[in-house]
Design a protein around this ligand. Structure first.
Ligand code: HEC
Length: 200
């Protein structure tokens, strides 16, 4: 009787299919995991190395790519100095950890992820509301240290509360925001005018 059972109806066949599909999916999953890890590692094509905080950053519509792309330009010290690779990594990491510890995503989006109460922070470094590239660093620090007293209008009609960030952490956050603004996000956000060419 069993010899007449067609292949597709035999339990043995489906057991083998289950094993092969599971094993195949496992291999694909592991491969894609390593592929993704490589792509989000700083220094890879779309994610700049941490020392990008020593450079001028801009964000422009690019005709060839048909989307907005970050432009990394000439040397532009942060807080009046250039940071070595390891110093830059430590500063950006401090900023990233502060952003996580204070849960900025509770109100903001970063790279499009988070909450929609407050503006997206992906290109906050390039926001024209900081008035001018020369005043930006001081204004960002003052704002992060005391957003109530040093409010800048970002057009949300809402106020950011004081989150008790230390001076060192605020420097880290500014470096983190500068680094993040240089990440190529495949054109997100679209039509964002950077502080460097408000008159265009
Ligand atoms: C309780 C909500 C809330 C939290 C938490 C919060 N913010 Fe904000 N933030 C706001 C609001 C609201 C604004 C916009 C204020 C305005 O429009 O004048 C803002 C504005 C900003 C801006 C200016 C945005 C721009 O477009 O340039 C920056 C930078 C910023 N926040 C950074 C942070 C960081 C960093 C954290 C975490 C350490 C944080 N915020 C946590 C509510 C919040």
């Amino acid at each position: 009787m069993s010899s007449q059972t067609p292949l597709w109806a035999s339990a043995d066949f489906w057991r083998k299919v289950a094993i092969w599909v599971t094993a195949g999916s496992f291999v694909i999953l592991i491969t894609l995991t390593f592929d993704s890890l490589a792509k989000i590692t700083p220094g890879y094509k779309q994610v700049p190395a941490y020392n990008v905080i020593n450079r001028e950053i801009d964000y422009k519509s690019d005709a060839q790519h048909l989307r907005y792309i970050p432009i990394v330009g000439k040397e532009a010290p942060l807080f009046g100095r250039l940071w070595s690779d390891s110093e830059a990594e430590a500063l950006v990491t401090l900023g990233k950890k502060t952003v996580q510890a204070k849960n900025c995503m509770n109100c903001h989006t970063l790279l499009g992820n988070g909450a929609y109460y407050a503006p997206d922070l992906t290109r906050a470094w390039l926001d024209p509301n900081w008035s001018s590239p020369d005043e930006r660093e001081a204004r960002m620090l003052a704002f992060l240290l005391d957003p109530e007293k040093n409010a800048v209008t970002f057009g949300s009609g809402r106020k950011m509360p004081n989150l008790g960030i230390t001076d060192k952490e605020a420097h880290g956050v500014v470096a983190f925001l500068k680094w993040m603004s240089a990440i190529d996000t495949n054109g997100f956000p679209h039509n964002f005018k950077s502080i460097n060419h408000q008159e265009d």
